[in-house]
Design a protein around this ligand. Structure first.
Ligand code: ZN
Length: 436
């Protein structure tokens, strides 16, 4: 198959080029036809061929397909008698590095992607475009970049720590904040190391740093006249910490606010409506002897509690205070306040009364088999069940739940305000900062 020469790196002299289509990539086999090559030790060029061998090289993808090149190259004898190297491999100065597993242009692409995206994301992108490599390969390529020494031209620098090996070895990175270039890497993050570096660079007049005390001490020792400023990230961290401290100092107020929000979401009376009116005492009057006897000694009197809850609510007392005074739950008090009249238990019971109990034993045995609620309902309806399907489902669920442990049932109950109460102060601070 004809392969245009421009798809290869310029300068390569190849022959016998063969394209082999693979699934999903492609393989190109070729033979190098360079007449001679220079010895890497002495530089003397040689035409004396020792032998051949194949190099496997990755090239840039074509149409999203991975491209592998098997290139047959030669070994040459070095004719320089004074050279230590007797045999050397064919060199491709610009196109392929010695011992390289890819063309130089492929490495350039990986380097560019790695500089923009880093290891993991860079590897992901390369895989998408048809050049599958690992994140380690991206990082290794980046590590091979030769950084030319940069001179400090401005007196404004930033210092921070960075990890040679995360969690183990840390060094200090120094950045020229005007040129936005890394100008040096220090082997550790000790105060003395930074102080020594600053003494060698007296032109430094402003240093941006994090909150580490070692850097503060190092700057004082090495450049006592330099101005120390907190970097932008740590300014925000300081602001967040201050905001969190402020929230903690008002945690009781915040908690009340969220309780009120939870009450509103549940469609219950507002907290403000339950607070005592101004001028009134904040505690309930002591119950009369008759009330105390009714509430505490004789037993629960629903009619009394219902009327008393209504009365106290109209006076402006909170649900919590009413519940505490009457010895009832807050949920019960809310229900009393929201109701126009008190419905007797007999009425409630009569509304849901069916002859379900007559079929319980039969349903328990039938439910062991793989059948649906609808089939069971149809079955007992034909045998005289007088309830509705919804009533049947409620009773059937209860019948099944009764067979489970009480602990498992209690786990199904979710507190009304739990989602709001679990918000951390840290999250609140982040939300507030994000809106500024
Ligand atoms: Zn040589």
């Amino acid at each position: 198959m004809f392969i245009p020469s421009f798809i290869f790196p310029s300068g390569l002299k190849l022959s016998k080029v063969v394209l082999i289509k693979l699934d999903p990539g492609m393989l190109i086999a070729a033979v190098s036809t360079q007449k001679c090559s220079a010895c890497p030790c002495c530089g003397k060029r040689s035409k004396s061929v020792h032998g051949f061998y194949d190099r496997s090289l990755a090239d840039l993808p074509v149409s999203g397909r991975e491209v592998k090149v098997i290139l047959r190259v030669r070994k040459f004898f070095c004719k320089n008698r004074n050279c230590l190297r007797k045999v050397f491999t064919e060199r491709f100065i610009d196109q392929i590095k010695p011992y390289g597993r890819c063309f130089s242009r492929s490495a350039d692409m990986v380097r560019s992607v790695g500089l923009k995206l880093g290891g993991n994301k860079g590897a992901d992108l390369c895989k998408v475009i048809g050049y599958p490599i690992s994140s380690s390969t991206v990082l290794r390529t980046l590590a091979g970049i030769r950084v030319s020494p940069t001179t400090l031209t401005s007196g404004t620098i930033g210092v921070d720590d960075w990890a040679y090996k995360k969690g183990r070895n840390y060094g200090t990175i120094i950045v020229d904040l005007i040129k936005k270039e890394v100008i040096d890497l220090l082997p550790d993050r000790e105060a003395d190391t930074l102080a020594d570096w600053l003494k060698a660079h007296p032109e430094v007049h402003t240093v941006s740093r994090d909150r580490a005390s070692a850097y503060a001490q190092g700057i004082r020792n090495g450049a006592c006249d330099a101005i120390q400023v907190a970097d932008r990230f740590h300014l925000l961290v300081n602001l967040k910490d201050a905001f969190q401290r402020s929230l903690r100092s008002h945690s009781s107020v915040i908690k009340k606010c969220f309780e009120e929000i939870g009450t509103r979401q549940a469609g219950l009376p507002k907290t403000e409506e339950m607070k005592p009116e101004s001028g009134e005492i904040s505690t309930l009057p002591s119950p009369t002897e008759e009330e105390a006897r009714t509430v505490g000694n004789v037993g629960p009197d629903r009619q009394f509690k219902f009327k008393k809850a209504k009365e106290l609510h109209q006076k402006g007392y909170s649900i919590k205070a009413i519940a505490k005074q009457l010895g009832a739950g807050r949920k019960t008090i809310r229900k009393y306040i929201a109701s126009e009249c008190l419905v007797s238990r007999e009425v409630i019971r009569s509304r849901t009364l069916t002859n379900f109990c007559d079929f319980e034993s039969e349903l328990i045995s039938l439910s062991q088999s793989q059948t649906t609620y609808l089939n069971l309902f149809n079955h007992i309806s034909e045998n005289g069940f007088d309830g509705k399907y919804s009533q049947f489902c409620i009773r059937m669920n209860k019948l099944i739940d009764d067979g489970k442990s009480a602990k498992a049932r209690s786990n199904k109950v979710r507190p009304l305000l739990k989602p709001i109460r679990t918000w951390s102060l840290s999250k609140l601070a982040h939300i507030a900062l994000a809106k500024t």
